[in-house]
Design a protein around this ligand. Structure first.
Ligand SMILES: [Zn+2]
Length: 232
């Protein structure tokens, strides 16, 4: 059993491309939800977001011309480009030849992967930690790639349930392992700051595939490991 605790902030930003070709011939970037079918060019997107933010500022009774707000539309547009970069991340470039043939069939676990995402219902952040495990079937992936896979799916408008499944499905498709397990713990600002105002409520979602689904002992081993406090 290999384990690794990981924080995202030491990762360099990865290259963005506009390719939508997934691995094994499947489009993994923009699938299923019908999202993002008409991507604007970066300059157009920037201008569109700036205009929309100016309108929001006016609609809430602010003066977009006052000094503190003058560059706010531009800043927000830049922030959105970063926070939604997962739509244009090329999964093939992301994996970048980091899949290796290795004769290792014990569980590989990367826990405590920090993530930040935006809920698609309110465009407010939700954030937390993801724990990802798989049991290889002749192929392993470089450990640093797993936090990047989480990030690719987090940097989109999401619901936590779908993000959890997408991470698991991506690993399943990439590695064809014996099993994949993903548990995500998230705190949702739309529940903390507004509506029910449950500031500390956390949501846990999980996806278990292959041996993690069918073998209670394997699943138990994974859940024991993620429940264990890190040594500090
Ligand atoms: Zn929400």
């Amino acid at each position: 059993m290999k384990t690794m605790s990981h924080l995202n902030h030491d990762l360099p930003p990865f290259a963005l491309t506009t390719s939508t070709h997934g691995i094994n011939g499947h489009a993994l970037g923009h699938e299923a939800d019908g999202q993002n079918s008409e991507l604007l060019a970066p300059g157009e997107a920037q201008a569109a977001i700036e205009g929309a933010v100016r309108q929001i500022l006016e609609a809430i009774g602010e003066d977009p011309e006052r000094q503190g707000l003058l560059r706010t539309p531009t800043r927000v547009a830049h922030a959105y480009a970063e926070l939604t970069a997962g739509y244009t991340t090329d999964p093939v470039a992301l994996i970048n030849d980091a899949v290796f043939d290795v004769d290792y069939d014990e569980m590989v676990l990367v826990k405590d992967i920090d993530f930040f995402s935006l809920c698609e219902h309110h465009l407010l952040p939700f954030m937390g930690r993801a724990h990802v495990a798989y049991i290889p079937n002749g192929k392993v992936i470089g450990l640093s790639k797993i936090p990047r896979i989480v990030e690719m799916f987090a940097r989109r408008l999401q619901v936590q349930e779908r993000m959890t499944l997408q991470i698991a499905d991506f690993l399943q498709e990439t590695l064809q392992p014996q099993g994949v397990a993903v548990v995500v713990e998230g705190q949702h600002m739309c529940a903390a700051m507004r509506g029910v105002k449950k500031a500390n409520a956390r949501m846990t979602t999980s996806a278990m595939l292959g041996s993690f689904k069918h073998n209670p002992q394997t699943r138990g081993e994974f859940l024991d490991h993620i429940a264990r406090q890190p040594h500090r």
